[in-house]
Write a protein that binds this ligand. Structure first.
Ligand code: EPU
Length: 352
């Protein structure tokens, strides 16, 4: 077991914030995780699971033992009349995996192309884009308990998926909401080793999102293939989201907030251009990017942390930004959105 010391994390977080891991272990298998858990020196030490680093803001050196997930492999696990079930190691790059599924003839993940990060992070965030969420294609996952080393599997219900949410983002407390009991949170307690996706053979394109409808109108391709949608998604994302390899970022910095129809009507009375989407449960989702933009933040900066010019929901590292600058900028944005609209924006990434 080779624990590396003082490892620079700049290449392994997509914000490219300069920070070090005091101790870092690369894990290539479930057995590697069980070995560290059983180790007398490292077993009881606090651990931090690092995937693609595409959803974290580092505000200093990481003192916990960083477990860098490098568990690879992808395969067709099973096939029925209805579905393909494909499995991938948690360390696989998400976008490469999506491309591979299409190359193999298993469509269904194309709307989630180009999302930065790893396969293992996909259920943690319940990643979503362009009318599709991971939970729509999720089958199950395998994980290791970081205290006991016990291996376990979870199905979709056990993952407690919500909008950019799952049991992996919550602590151990068991929250009771009405009659619904939330599953015990697993934040910091488990390392996901493999994820399985259920891809229906009765594939249908998902093109309800405005940007995709526009592509259909512009190109005249009314019945796009999965490959065509994949290409469109890549074009759309490249057009409005910065490439983390060029300009550090973690995608959307805040979640899109949900409000009551009354709150929405109240804001529209003052700001008729508010971008909003009625949801099936009667609530209304607001475009956080629009709220931030309306407060004049697009293109602004705090130190080297900035608000992306083409999408105000994305914060970027203009070169050498610190985690403190990013969180200061985020707090200033939250304050002005709250003062103008009475809405509290909730950050998407984990501040470490
Ligand atoms: N808008 C503005 N000004 C801005 C940015 C956006 O007015 O500066 C308006 C746009 O005009 C548009 C609306 O806000 O009408 C929504 O913008 P967009 O279509 O870019 O989507 P989004 O709601 O900002 C969400 C996800 C993205 C995902 C896209 C496409 C969240 C927090 N973000 O962004 O996910 O790619 O929809 O489905 O739900 C991510 O989570 O990291 C992410 C990139």
């Amino acid at each position: 077991m080779l624990v590396e010391k003082n490892v620079p994390l700049e290449p392994w977080n997509t914000f490219h914030i300069v920070a070090k891991a005091h101790f870092l272990l690369r894990v290539a298998s479930c057995a590697d995780v069980q070995q560290v858990v059983a180790d007398p020196n490292w077993g009881s030490v606090q651990k931090f699971v690092l995937g693609g680093g595409s959803n974290i803001v580092l505000t200093g050196d990481v003192k916990a033992l960083v477990l860098k997930v490098e568990i690879m492999g992808r395969r067709l696990l099973s096939e029925t009349d209805q579905n393909y079930v494909v499995e991938a190691g948690a360390g696989e790059n998400w976008h490469d995996f999506v491309s591979w599924t299409l190359d193999q003839g298993y469509p269904g993940l194309e709307n989630l192309a180009l999302i930065p990060g790893t396969v293992g992070a996909s259920p943690v965030q319940n990643i979503g884009a362009y009318g599709l969420e991971l939970q729509d294609r999720f089958d199950s996952l395998d994980a290791v308990d970081l205290q006991s080393g016990v291996v376990f599997s979870l199905n979709a219900a056990q993952c407690g998926f919500g909008y950019r949410d799952s049991v992996f983002k919550h602590g151990a407390a068991c929250a009771v909401q009405g009659d619904a009991v939330r599953p015990l949170g697993l934040a910091g307690r488990a390392l996901i080793t493999a994820v399985r996706y259920r891809l229906p053979k009765s594939w249908r394109p998902i093109v309800g999102y405005a940007d995709l409808e526009r592509k259909i109108l512009d190109t005249g391709v009314a019945q796009p293939s999965a490959r065509q949608i994949y290409d469109w998604i890549c074009e759309i994302r490249c057009g409005k989201l910065p490439d983390p390899a060029v300009l550090g970022n973690v995608g959307s910095f805040f979640k899109n907030p949900t409000v009551t129809p009354e709150q929405c009507a109240d804001i529209i009375a003052r700001d008729p251009k508010l971008v909003h989407y009625p949801l099936s449960d009667g609530s209304v989702k607001l475009a956080a990017g629009w709220l931030i933009d309306a407060c004049g933040w697009r293109g602004k900066s705090v130190g080297q942390a900035g608000v992306y010019e083409k999408q105000a929901l994305v914060l970027v590292n203009r070169g050498g930004a610190t985690g403190g600058e990013v969180t200061t900028l985020a707090k200033a944005i939250q304050t002005s959105v709250y003062e103008r609209f009475g809405i509290r924006l909730e950050p998407e990434p984990l501040v470490v």
